[in-house]
Design a protein around this ligand. Structure first.
Ligand SMILES: Nc1ncnc2c1ncn2[C@@H]1O[C@H](COP(=O)(O)OP(=O)(O)OP(=O)(O)O)[C@@H](O)[C@H]1O
Length: 573
């Protein structure tokens, strides 16, 4: 665990933790020496011919050194505990910022929240509180046993052998508990999926009266309860086994000592001295075993943290200089293919987007429109082919540079738990109040904002939960309008709320397209008639490309889409 933690920390943090480990190890060694000397001193005082003074002075010196080193180590430990948690939080934050957007599934988001809010703060206690007793349990017994060689080397060998057996018993108990723990984490993760699914699909479950979903959730929760019971139970045999082994070893050491005293091979003072120390070592080892449960929990947390921190970020490529793109061309897709798992959903997709103008992406459901737009926002990278922005491969742009060039109004757009105004300002933090007001007006948000008691200073709530669906979308549109990025990606599905919002989304897209490039997923084909370019996607391939007038005069998929669209029943409104 210590090795993993040192590996995950930045160099300065790793150095601090290594220094702390050295201090704590030194304290544990001094603890062992002082304990061993207690035995020597006891024997010296019981033996009328014993060398009392020098051993007592040696014990006093070792005890004083132990107290000083332990004090320094513990003070360092508290400091390292808090800097470790802070360093891990920062590393987690950095890695989250670099991970592919496609990594953030609902389950991973829940796991990450748990790690950031509970897991990492708990890890603080590892260097601050747990490392000291763990090292004491590991290092103090052999150090004490070696010091006891001053009295009797045979007993030293016996205590060392006993320590090795006790250590093996702890490892075995830990292995038993870890196996059960792994299963508990797996079923907990599965249950989290069910809970999230159950919570997000409540409207469907209630209206369709889907008893299956509730049953699946109940089953998952029951599995978690069973696994937790099993996990708690799994600690017990380990502890019992360890206690048994420890007491048996202690009894064996006493028996061997008595036998040797009876045989005249050991004096009574030495016997008392070594047994006093051995009894104390047994208590230290028992405390170490109790600690193992706490360490196990932290090991699980650290494992999950390591998995996240070891997830490779989207690579930033170093590409040779490319010839400047054709004037007027902002985006070029070159034979892009992409698949989720092993199913290819985009095949050899090629197109260009102008620097200025509205491009509509249309096609049947499941044809790959959202996937294509997500590739442009670099949720993932294409499996083959490439996407160029202003002549540069997206993979060669660092995330800050990429997202400075891209604005979005997508399904996954999130509003922060701050004011409406601040959420819009995220589009361009340096925008003036006049520019902000213009974006609010253009997004059709003016009236809604005026009706709120605090206007733009009204809270949006976590994820925008204090806003209606329409208001949420208008805030996202205002944010994109204010950002006015060279490329704006819009999913009209966000406006499938009511005709008024659909109209607003289209108007906003057209307004931006007057000076910038906009790629709009259009579900309502009425909105694409004035697009500068229409890309028709079918089963992951661009099958047609042109303006509405050009495409309606050709027999083909677009005509069929228009036919299906006009014959479909309209939503009221
Ligand atoms: N995260 C994902 N994991 C696995 N498969 C996915 C994922 N997202 C989409 N797909 C699959 O990829 C294909 C294309 O989906 P996509 O959402 O890109 O289509 P779309 O044209 O946007 O559909 P719609 O118009 O219904 O939103 C579909 O077969 C879909 O099931």
């Amino acid at each position: 665990m210590l090795r993993t933690l040192i590996r995950l920390l930045p160099p300065a943090g790793a150095r601090q933790l290594t220094v702390l480990t050295a201090w704590l190890t030194a304290a544990a060694v001094l603890h062992g020496i002082a304990l061993g000397l207690v035995g020597v001193v006891v024997a010296a005082w019981l033996d009328p011919a014993g060398d009392r003074t020098p051993w007592t002075i040696a014990l006093g010196t070792a005890a004083l050194a132990f107290v000083l080193v332990q004090w320094t180590a513990q003070m360092t430990a508290f400091r390292v505990g808090s800097t470790t948690a802070r360093a891990l939080h920062l590393r987690l934050g950095d890695r989250l910022a670099a991970l592919p957007l496609g990594w953030f599934t609902a389950t991973r988001q829940a796991g990450t929240i748990d790690l950031a809010t509970t897991g990492v703060p708990q890890l603080m206690s590892y260097p601050a509180l747990l490392l000291r007793p763990a090292l004491t349990a590991l290092v103090t017994p052999p150090a004490a046993a070696l010091t006891l060689a001053l009295l009797d080397w045979r007993h030293t060998l016996a205590v060392l052998a006993a320590t090795a057996v006790a250590w093996a018993a702890t490892r075995y108990a830990g292995h038993l508990a870890r196996t059960v723990d792994t299963r508990r984490h797996r079923v907990t993760a599965e249950a989290t999926d069910r809970i999230l699914e159950h919570a997000t699909r409540q409207p469907v479950i209630r209206t369709d009266q889907r008893a299956d979903d509730t049953d699946a959730l109940d089953r998952a929760l029951e599995q978690v309860r069973a696994a937790s019971r099993h996990s708690a139970g799994a600690v017990v045999p380990g502890l019992l086994l360890f206690g048994l082994v420890l007491n048996a070893l202690f009894a064996a050491l006493i028996a061997a000592g008595i036998a040797r005293v009876t045989a005249g091979a050991l004096t009574v003072p030495v016997f008392v001295g070594v047994i006093v120390v051995t009894a104390r070592l047994t208590a230290i080892a028992a405390a170490g075993a109790e600690l193992a449960a706490g360490l196990r929990l932290q090991q699980g947390t650290l494992g999950r943290l390591a998995t996240t921190l070891d997830t490779p970020p989207l690579p930033v490529l170093h590409t040779p200089d490319e010839p400047a793109p054709a004037t007027g061309e902002l985006v070029r897709a070159e034979r892009v293919s992409f698949g989720y798992d092993h199913t290819t959903v985009l095949h050899d997709v090629s197109f260009t987007l102008p620097r200025r103008g509205l491009t509509a992406l249309v096609g049947p459901s499941g044809s790959g429109k959202t996937t294509l737009i997500r590739l442009l926002a670099r949720f993932w990278d294409p499996t083959t082919g490439r996407l160029l922005l202003d002549g540069t491969d997206l993979r060669a742009l660092c995330p800050e540079n990429l997202y400075a060039h891209i604005g979005t109004v997508l399904r996954e757009d999130y509003l922060l738990d701050t004011t409406i105004g601040e959420n819009i300002r995220l589009g361009r933090p340096a925008a003036t109040d006049t520019e902000l007001a213009a974006a609010v007006r253009a997004a059709g948000l003016e009236r809604s904002v005026a009706e709120l008691p605090d206007g733009l200073d009204s809270p949006a709530g976590p994820g925008g939960t204090q806003l209606s669906g329409g208001q949420h979308q208008r805030v996202c549109i205002a944010r994109a309008l204010l950002k006015a990025a060279p490329l704006t990606l819009m999913d009209e599905a966000t406006s499938a709320l009511d005709p008024e919002n659909a109209r607003l989304a289209t108007e906003a897209a057209h307004r931006l397209a007057a000076t910038r490039s906009v790629l709009l997923i259009a579900h309502n084909l009425d909105t694409v008639t004035h697009a500068d370019q229409i890309l028709v996607l079918d089963q992951g391939r661009i099958v047609q490309n042109g303006t509405h007038t050009e495409l309606t005069t050709r027999d083909g998929p677009y005509q069929r889409l228009i036919r299906d669209h006009t014959s479909a029943p309209r939503r009221p409104g």
